[in-house]
Design a protein around this ligand. Structure first.
Ligand SMILES: Nc1ncnc2c1ncn2[C@@H]1O[C@H](COP(=O)(O)OP(=O)(O)OP(=O)(O)O)[C@@H](O)[C@H]1O
Length: 512
């Protein structure tokens, strides 16, 4: 079975990945794939005084930024620290309690019981994440959605983070909705199910019926305190990365600070449902205007009962992409549905100003009528028109083998962070592409998780020896850089392209 080229492309979209790894390209191969090192050699070396002055300037900037972030975090930082300690103490206490009451469950089956203590396992970690709240539940979702990256017992345990975290009492939800809409619930809804449909990382979702039109809807309510948790956690992570990068400037090559900076900005946007409403509507327009509404959809938004913290939208009936058994009862060929989902999503990259950047399996539904339902447009990405123009040039250049044009397009996409010699970059690309053409691959569609809770994965297997040879052939070119270039080609090399790995891919994308 062959995946369509659009799917392959969708699985690993290049531009922002390139940007994230641009420095690697240059740093790894000064004389080949380019870039930073070449430019560095053209810069006259700085004297020690200038270098010291630069460090002092950087330090002052760091101090200023940390102070600003500390002020914006405010008392939330202290509260969050207390919550963190409480979570550790509680979950640690449960573990110790289990250890004393049922020592066998906490010790490994060694000859000397008690001496080799089994460390806290996936269940404890999952409970800790749930107690720590939104930021960590997001991390849990990443683990749950990436069976090729994490051990199966963790992937299985963290499945519940996809939409089953401890719920907020219905009375609290009612109070929030009443306050947000400025009128009693009964005036807006005929019925609201007190039992939540889902309690996820940032929101709790209740099924409801609209007064008057009798439309079946869901009410997505922002959980109280989520903004504070995200602000405090993400600020902390960002400051930590900034300090680490200052102490060890080599870390700048990992782009950690910019990745965390972008994650912080995107996740803080997620807590404003007015933005999510706009994103959903843009996606619906795209689907309608391209005549794709028989293949995919997103829920209609009911503006008159939606605010910053409450989103009322059409209820989509179907099963999440995590539930392979149920999917099979709806569509005969889940792989085709999966490919449709990826193609529609990929089309939105081209057609919409923003694109869904949180496409984990829990956010894709197979609807009862066989269409794909996209939900949760809180985290979106943007790709600038200039970058898209470069992507187009890039793909055209693959078709006609214009490696210099390809090199220029990569530079335009931000693969390099300074001027580079396009013809020599082009020659290096030609060499890699030629090697990639010779790889043998097999497409594998597989599932992970239990029968009730499986994730579909599409991957391409490659001959390891051939990949090794390819990597050796391109000298010291780093794996990431190689993956990126290869991903761009739509050719046959794929390294762990797993639909359930999409959050990782998206992470790169929405940073782009
Ligand atoms: N329009 C809808 N129709 C049916 N069910 C929905 C709809 N919107 C949300 N849900 C259900 O509620 C769950 C949580 O919704 P959503 O993913 O939007 O919340 P979230 O807190 O942003 O979640 P996440 O933790 O994935 O970021 C979904 O997984 C789905 O089960």
């Amino acid at each position: 079975m062959a995946l369509s080229s659009a799917t392959l492309t969708a699985l690993r979209l290049p531009s922002s990945v390139l940007r994230q790894h641009g420095s690697n390209l240059g740093q790894a191969v000064p004389s080949r794939l380019v870039v930073r090192a070449q430019a560095a050699s053209s810069i006259p070396s700085q004297g020690p005084d200038i270098a010291r002055a630069e460090r002092v300037k950087e330090f002052n900037k760091l101090l200023g930024d940390v102070a600003k972030i500390a002020v914006s975090t405010g008392p939330r930082g202290a509260v969050r620290l207390a919550q963190g300690i409480e979570a550790f103490v509680t979950v640690g206490g449960e573990y110790l309690f289990q250890l004393f009451t049922n020592p066998e469950s906490a010790t490994s089956q060694s000859a000397t019981p008690g001496l080799s203590l089994t460390p806290p396992g996936p269940a404890q970690l999952r409970r800790l994440f749930e107690r720590l709240g939104a930021t960590y539940i997001k991390l849990g979702q990443l683990i749950a959605s990436a069976p090729t990256l994490f051990p199966p017992e963790y992937v299985k345990e963290f499945q519940s983070c996809l939409d089953k975290t401890p719920p907020i009492p219905f009375e609290d939800i009612k109070a929030i909705v009443r306050k947000e809409l400025g009128r009693p619930l009964e005036e807006v809804y005929d019925f609201v199910d007190p039992q939540p449909l889902a309690s996820a990382s940032i929101a709790q979702v209740h099924a409801a019926r609209l007064r008057g039109s009798q439309k079946e809807v869901v009410i997505k309510v922002l959980k109280p305190g989520v903004e504070d948790i995200l602000t405090a956690d993400l600020n902390f992570l960002y400051v930590t990365a900034r300090v680490l990068e200052f102490l060890n400037p080599e870390l700048a090559r990992t782009s950690l600070v910019s990745i965390l900076g972008d994650i912080r900005a995107s996740m803080l946007e997620e807590v404003d449902f007015r933005k999510e409403a706009l994103n959903i509507e843009a996606f619906r327009n795209y689907v309608d205007s391209l005549g794709l509404s028989n293949q995919a959809t997103a829920p209609a938004v009911y503006r008159h009962c939606s605010t910053e913290r409450v989103l009322t939208m059409e209820r989509l009936f179907g099963v999440p992409l995590t539930d392979l058994v149920s999917i099979r009862s709806i569509v005969p060929n889940p792989e085709t549905t999966l490919i449709t989902a990826l193609n529609v999503w990929f089309g939105s990259l081209l057609a919409c100003e923003t694109f869904h950047a949180d496409v984990h399996a829990g956010n894709l539904l197979v609807l009862n009528d066989g269409r794909v339902g996209f939900i949760d447009f809180g985290i979106v990405g943007r790709i600038s028109p200039a970058t898209w123009a470069a992507v187009e040039t890039f793909f055209t250049s693959i078709g006609n083998g214009q490696y210099n044009a390809m090199a220029a397009a990569l530079v335009q996409m931000g693969a390099t962070d300074t001027a580079v010699d396009i013809p020599s970059f082009g020659r290096d690309l030609e060499k890699i592409f030629t090697a990639v053409q010779d790889l043998d691959t097999n497409v594998i569609i597989s599932t992970a998780g239990g029968p009730q809770n499986a994730t579909i994965a599409a991957s391409l297997a490659v001959d390891e020896q051939q990949v090794n040879n390819l990597l050796l052939d391109v000298g010291s070119l780093e794996l990431a850089a190689c993956m990126i270039v290869v991903a761009l080609t739509q050719t046959r090399l794929a390294l762990a392209c797993d639909v359930s790995d999409t959050p990782a891919v998206m992470t790169y994308l929405f940073l782009g």
